[in-house]
Unconditional design. Structure first.
Length: 354
């Protein structure tokens, strides 16, 4: 059904006054899709990955794996597209060795080192406007220092400076990241790493309430917010020597997600050292275990007592199933397609498109 003559005239008037594209028909808006993380458990609860042309937040305590997730995001997309380029705004040191261990190509990562808040935000805005990179990562917000705070002595208060700048940043960058929804401009994805802080003086039946630096306004600006935490350690037996700590179980929770329903939880195993009992190496995520757990969740892999069935395959015991999935790439692909088909249709479409 076509627009009325009055609506067409209104669009022409507004677009002439404020610039072409000020008013557009909703059907012309494009869904830029999601940027897959390469971590199946995280992609499934996000709805396919982090949203393109939007900003997301990755939150966690120290050592939980926030930066690791961002390095994996880069390495996975570089593997799919060698021209994939990331801008890493490093308020803290950029660990090139860790990034390389996870598979990131340093030749396609541009690093800007600064802890000046105004400078970091302006560089992010300029990059979003230029559309010269596919991903912008700011690591991390709490390490940034507003100029107003830097100019004060240690005994002078400087509360709310960072929160006000964060709010201003989102008001300005929103125009640059959102303007690509009506054309074929190169999409850009924004990620800001943040940390939990205890809310002093607060009380909750679940324990001490937590908050994140940067004020409350930012929470409304993010399209998705993901918490990364350590659920457990991964230890491997060393005969006659006890156990060696070789990895950790990462737990993800979508605090906010405008793509699909939020408050979803998943886990994955990450290895920071080689595992002697499997083919998993330092920097690997255990995709085999992810597929096993999600296949069980969606009843793709059926269980009969100690036996497991999938199609014409039958295994006795959990370990043989995991070993088969990890070793057989064709089996991995079959299970992945079955899991994606069983998942939310939007998630399947996003990951297939990627």
């Amino acid at each position: 059904m076509a627009l009325t003559d009055e609506a067409v005239a209104l669009m022409a008037k507004i677009n002439k006054q404020y610039g072409a594209g000020s008013l557009v028909v909703a059907s012309s808006l494009k869904n830029s899709g999601q940027l897959p993380t390469g971590i199946l458990s995280l992609d499934l609860i996000l709805g396919g990955g982090f949203p393109r042309n939007q900003w997301s937040e990755v939150i966690g305590m120290e050592g939980s794996g926030k930066t690791t997730v961002c390095h994996k995001l880069i390495s996975h997309n570089q593997a799919a597209n060698p021209d994939f380029t990331a801008l890493w705004i490093a308020a803290e040191a950029y660990d090139r060795d860790q990034a390389a261990m996870i598979g990131a190509n340093p030749d396609q990562v541009i690093v800007h080192a600064t802890n000046r808040m105004e400078e970091a935000f302006q560089v992010a805005i300029d990059a979003a406007e230029a559309r010269a990179v596919d991903l912008i990562v700011l690591d991390s917000y709490p390490a940034l220092v507003p100029d107003g705070e830097a100019e004060k002595d240690m005994d002078e208060a400087s509360m709310t400076l960072g929160a006000r700048l964060m709010g201003k940043f989102f008001r300005k960058v929103g125009k640059e990241t959102g303007r690509a929804t009506t054309d074929d401009t190169r999409p850009v994805t924004g990620i800001i790493i943040n940390q939990w802080r205890e809310k002093i003086g607060g009380f909750s039946p679940q324990g001490t309430p937590k908050t994140t630096p940067g004020g409350l306004a930012k929470n409304f600006a993010y399209y998705s917010r993901v918490e990364v935490s350590r659920a457990d350690w991964i230890d491997e037996a060393r005969p006659g020597k006890g156990k060696a700590r070789i990895g950790q179980v990462m737990r993800f929770r979508t605090i906010k997600n405008k793509q699909i329903a939020g408050q979803k939880v998943s886990e994955t195993d990450y290895y920071f050292e080689d595992a002697k009992t499997t083919a998993l190496r330092a920097g690997d995520f255990d995709i085999g275990k992810d597929l096993y757990l999600w296949a069980l969740f969606y009843d793709i892999l059926t269980r009969r007592g100690s036996y497991f069935d999938f199609g014409s395959h039958t295994w006795k015991g959990k370990d043989p199933v995991l070993a088969a999935i990890r070793e057989d790439l064709d089996l991995q692909e079959e299970l992945k397609q079955a899991v994606l088909t069983a998942a939310d249709p939007r998630t399947h479409q996003a990951l297939e498109a990627a």
